[in-house]
Design a protein around this ligand. Structure first.
Ligand SMILES: O=C1O[C@H](COP(=O)(O)O)[C@@H](O)[C@H](O)[C@H]1O
Length: 521
């Protein structure tokens, strides 16, 4: 090569490398600016609908405060609009009382900082009120100069309101800005039976995209529930149970000491079957019955949960061992009605506050197939406990305890407790495992944030795995709808017992329970 040619070649190499360097720099700038665009903190507007209700009072406000205090992983700043359907003269003082008394804060300054981000009470009933809230949000953002990252609407209201609310959200409360997201969290129960859940889904889809809807079952936010799944995955139930032992019954329970006073308006529409059995208890069963090989999370896990529901027999009155209402329930209904200036009930309501229903799985693994599954749940009982128990034919018991004392082991906080003759089990490495004299091995999962905080955060940060899928919910309604229809047709009247507040109606050897022969399940 001549020296001229060499110069040319090296000049062109130099110019190529300059061009390449410039391109790289430009690319770098582009990536940085894209990153800045996607990671720049913005404002997240939360609309809490049902802000004065029981759920908000007990959990949602505390959850929002905790998230404000710890901050969002996205770096966004959260502002809350406190809304409900009733008029301000009644609801505003209730909101003030809740905000003053129901938030435990790390310091008065931190609480004040949170409250500075909470709006005064907003009534959301008419379309004009939704439009006014939309305007107010825009005004607030204009005033502060913030960009909207997204909007989370939490619907803590009875299911009959979901459709009209979604319509109003679509018309008046969609976030502004190209990249701003909209997520609408819908509280359970989703519908009141199969057909209402289907039409509810259809009416929500008219206004909202599928991805904008998040269905809540707050048990999905409990570490205890995931503990069942972790145990099943780590141990494989058939291996744990072994060849010489059989499960004679499974008991899934959610017992509460609290009664319905103050929330009978909601409870009258649901009763115990829709309030806890169709959702929380079903989730406890799903994670127990799920295929142990399911090593993937997310969609595959939802498929596996749904499969368990498909294997479950439908509920009907002949599978009800006991159905009852606590004796002062009627008075509680009328006290609440008087408070809201509503006409009093003269006839006794037929809403069950306790039920024990026995179903079975068909086509499940060898351990659970055709085994009676006892679902028990109720209000105003002597104990607060949520659990899944496997009772073996030799009297041994394996307990998954989600809250309350762990049954026979007596160990509060135990997540898994296996009586002494059972094989030793594998526990995830971060669980504390110990032996309890006279009982057996117990394991405790580390403490985490409470369920509603987990779910609110998941909604704000866009983590969909913590929510349930519509097809699972519909499959669960398939199980419970036949019994609900019988109850609604008045067929429960002669079976609905009254029990004393604080009773032990759930004790399994009670003589008053209807025996359901195994071959009739
Ligand atoms: O969803 C509901 O759950 C609560 C009980 O939740 P927990 O986390 O304390 O077990 C129950 O009181 C309420 O009636 C029901 O709607």
């Amino acid at each position: 090569m001549t020296s001229g040619a060499k110069r040319k070649a090296s000049a062109s190499a130099a110019s190529m490398s300059t061009t390449a360097a410039m391109r790289l720099a430009l690319l770098g700038l582009l990536v940085v600016s894209l990153l800045l665009q996607t990671t720049a903190a913005g404002r997240v507007n939360v609309v809490l609908l049902g802000a004065t209700g029981n759920l908000a009072e007990k959990y949602l406000w505390q959850g929002l405060y905790n998230i404000h205090e710890a901050g969002l992983k996205t770096g966004d700043e959260m502002f809350v609009y406190a809304a409900a359907t009733k008029d301000a003269s009644k609801s505003s003082p209730i909101l003030q009382r809740i905000l003053a008394n129901n938030i435990t804060a790390s310091s008065p300054e931190s609480k004040a900082a949170f409250l500075a981000r909470v709006s005064s009470y907003v009534q959301l009933r008419s379309e004009e009120q939704y439009a006014a809230l939309g305007e107010r949000m825009l005004e607030d953002m204009r005033a502060s100069g913030e960009t909207e990252a997204g909007r989370l609407l939490y619907l803590s209201v009875p299911p009959k309101f979901f459709g009209p609310i979604a319509d109003n959200i679509n018309k008046h409360l969609r976030p502004q800005g190209k990249n701003a997201w909209l997520r609408v969290i819908v509280e359970k129960p989703f519908g009141v039976d199969t057909s209402s859940a289907e039409s509810l889904a259809a009416s929500l889809y008219e206004s909202l995209d599928k991805d904008e809807i998040l269905l809540v079952d707050h048990y999905m936010g409990k570490s205890g529930l995931h503990g069942i799944r972790d145990f099943v995955k780590a141990n494989s139930l058939p291996d744990f149970v072994g060849k010489n032992r059989r499960v004679s019954r499974v008991e899934i329970g959610m017992l509460e000491t609290e009664d319905c006073k103050g929330r009978t308006g909601f409870y009258e529409e649901v009763g115990v079957l829709r309030d806890t059995m169709q959702n929380h208890l079903m989730m406890m069963l799903a994670l127990l019955g799920m295929d142990a090989d399911t090593s993937v999370a997310g969609a595959a896990e939802a498929d596996a949960r749904k499969l368990v529901f498909e294997q479950l027999s439908a509920a009907s009155l002949d599978r009800v061992a006991r159905i009852a209402q606590y004796a002062s329930y009627h008075d509680h209904v009328n006290e609440d009605r008087a408070k809201w200036d509503e006409p009093l009930l003269e006839e006794r309501s037929m809403t069950p506050t306790y039920a024990h229903v026995v179903l079975k799985l068909q086509g499940a693994n060898d351990v659970l197939d055709n085994v009676p599954i006892h679902f028990k749940s109720g209000k105003a009982l002597s104990t607060r406990r949520a659990y899944t128990e496997l009772h073996f034919d030799d009297g041994e018991v394996l307990i998954f305890n989600l809250q309350g004392p762990a049954g026979a082991s007596g160990a509060k906080g135990a997540l898994v407790a296996a009586s002494s003759a059972l094989p030793s089990f594998q526990a995830p490495s971060d669980w504390e495992v110990k032996d309890i004299e006279g009982f057996g091995r117990v394991a405790m999962a580390p403490d985490g944030p409470f369920a509603y905080e987990v779910l609110l955060r998941a909604g704000l940060e866009g983590v969909r795995e913590h929510f349930v899928r519509l097809d699972e919910v519909l499959e669960s309604w398939r199980v419970w709808t036949p019994l609900l229809e019988e109850i609604e047709a008045g067929k429960v009247a002669h079976r609905l017992e009254a029990y004393k507040h604080g009773a032990e109606i759930f004790a399994s050897d009670s003589k008053d329970e209807k025996e359901i022969p195994r071959d009739e399940l």
